[in-house]
Design a protein. Structure first.
Length: 191
């Protein structure tokens, strides 16, 4: 797990609510620094019922997030909440969506999933308002959500492994491309 599940992204019930991002900020971002190499990206996540942040200009949001861990999954086109998380938030379905899921056998399983609308509080005040998520079975490892490409493509996402330590960084909105080939060519260009 990532170090520091310490409400950097929001607050538990009864604690101060997250502050509003200053209007001058062009983007919001977070970086998770693991102590070694990891084979999965799991981050702290806060979840609330949906609300429009424009209705709360001072950042006095109507709900405090519940705290979960979220698995980042670039193979998932959408984001999911586990059944236990849906129950904890007492969410009401907003519709259904057909889900295609690769089974261990290599076959594709197709099923209908309820959809819900929630606000996602990622670390360091990166907030995704009104995210449409589906429901999945409970996941081992204390994970309450899966962050899929619907959220990841709202910004820039990078993973580095310098000195055998995995760092994950995300910013939203997307600001400019990251091109390692261009960087390599620029650094190795003969004078």
């Amino acid at each position: 797990m990532a170090k520091g599940f310490n409400n950097r992204f929001g607050a538990a019930r009864g604690q101060p609510r997250p502050t509003k991002i200053p209007a001058k900020a062009r983007f919001t971002a977070f970086t998770i620094k693991y102590e070694g190499l990891v084979d999965k990206i799991v981050i702290p996540l806060g979840l609330t019922l949906p609300f429009d942040p424009n209705d709360y200009p001072l950042g006095n949001f109507p709900y405090s997030p519940i705290n979960k861990f979220a698995l980042w999954d670039t193979g998932a086109s959408g984001s999911f909440l586990t059944a236990a998380t849906v129950r904890e938030l007492n969410l009401v379905p907003t519709g259904t969506r057909t889900i295609n899921h690769a089974a261990k056998t290599g076959e594709i399983n197709t099923f209908e999933s309820n959809t819900y609308i929630v606000n996602l509080f990622l670390p360091n005040h990166v907030i995704i308002y009104g995210a449409i998520v589906c429901e999945c079975e409970d996941i081992a490892g204390n994970v309450g959500a899966i962050i899929g490409m619907d959220v990841i493509t709202r910004g820039d996402f990078s993973i580095t492994n310098v000195d055998q330590k995995t760092w994950v960084s995300f910013r939203a909105p997307s600001m400019h491309p990251i091109d390692y080939v261009e960087q390599h060519n620029r650094l190795t260009k003969r004078k």
